[in-house]
Design a protein around this ligand. Structure first.
Ligand SMILES: *[C@@H]1O[C@H](CO)[C@@H](O)[C@H](O)[C@H]1NC(C)=O
Length: 332
């Protein structure tokens, strides 16, 4: 029998920059005001998914990084969604603020530093779940890596944003439909650290936020195409639970095979067994294997040899240029 995954969506991650800093590009956004319908999501090429925004150029998961990604032609903007101490959903990758904000320069928060267990490891730092949204808004974000351009660190548009503000940025793209690709981040940890007064869980709040903004509908349905979304998580039970709340498409993320899931304690080797994937396919439309190697050869491999449905990239402009060149070459 054919693999049950043949018909499924495969989305891979590319850390590749395509070499060098992206050159300035004409804006893809702009126009579309005054009732002009937006151009639909393109479906003729693999999706260009801007990983944490255009984070190769600007501090990750900030308004600046997401707006740049849209200008550069990303089909989807990707975010890690977590929660604050007072229950607001925000876009942020790590459980701690240390690597990508200036929290260490704020003496008023010095006493917040502590150690907690996160996914089978003790982590020490300033946990985002120990801060209110108002406190987080006083911090400035910065580039994670020293080798990347730091000139935008601390900029006015380089602050932590809420999940709603993230949705506003995608919805605000004037001339075309831009999709969102939010991850239910560290759900076991977040549900342990954050309590909502109404007794709801993180996953409930996450799905409710999407539904409030009109996201819903099966993959490629007209409702989905109007507001494209993929919900992703490394935690299989979170996706199964969320699948009971919405018909939006889910993507199961797959880590290194030896890593254990945070919720079921299975290794990703077990998660990707035929038996488990057979079970999960009832709930998810695709899998997202992690991939981390180099530039255009990598795009070529995944797009032309494997035939993936989408690529995650830190450099949406670079992937866009690659797709423009190769499309021209094919027509040529
Ligand atoms: C984390 O630290 C605590 C306190 O020292 C310890 O009891 C616990 O076993 C540690 N957990 C891990 C996963 O290392």
């Amino acid at each position: 029998m054919a693999s049950p995954w043949v018909a499924m969506v495969v989305l891979v991650w590319c850390a590749a920059s395509g070499g060098g800093v992206a050159a300035a590009r004409p804006l893809v956004g702009g126009g579309g005001a005054g009732g002009t319908p937006k151009a639909p999501l393109q479906t003729s090429r693999p999706f260009n998914i801007a990983h944490r925004g255009s984070n190769g150029e600007l501090p990750e998961e900030t308004a600046a990084a997401y707006m740049r990604a849209i200008d550069e032609g990303a089909d989807f903007i990707e975010a890690d969604v977590t929660a604050t101490k007072d229950g607001h959903l925000v876009c942020f990758h790590d459980t701690t603020l240390d690597a990508t904000t200036d929290v260490a320069d704020h003496p008023e928060f010095a006493s917040r530093r502590r150690t907690l267990e996160v996914q089978w490891t003790n982590v020490t730092g300033f946990f985002i779940t120990d801060f209110t949204l108002a406190e987080l808004k006083t911090l400035r974000s910065k580039q994670r890596y020293a080798f990347r351009d730091r000139s935008y660190n601390g900029g006015e548009s380089s602050r932590i944003i809420t999940f709603d503000e993230f949705i506003d940025i995608a919805a605000g793209a004037a001339s075309r439909v831009v999709g969102i690709y939010p991850e239910i981040k560290n759900p076991v940890f977040v549900n342990r650290q954050v309590r909502w007064r109404d007794g709801k869980k993180f996953e409930d709040k996450f799905v409710a936020a999407l539904k409030r903004r009109g996201y819903g509908g099966r993959y490629m349905s007209p409702a989905w195409a109007a507001r494209p979304v993929f919900i992703q998580s490394f935690a299989p039970t979170s996706l199964v639970y969320a699948a009971g709340l919405t018909d939006s498409p889910m993507v199961l993320l797959v880590d290194d095979t030896t890593v254990r899931t945070e919720d079921t304690s299975q290794s990703y080797d077990e998660v990707t067994s035929d038996e488990h994937l057979d079970y999960m396919r009832e709930y998810v439309v695709g899998v997202g294997p992690w991939k981390d190697t180099d530039p255009y050869a990598e795009y070529d491999y995944w797009i032309n040899d494997v035939g993936v449905d989408g690529l995650f990239t830190d450099f949406p402009a670079s992937l866009r240029r690659y797709q423009e060149w190769t499309t021209a070459r094919r027509k040529g």
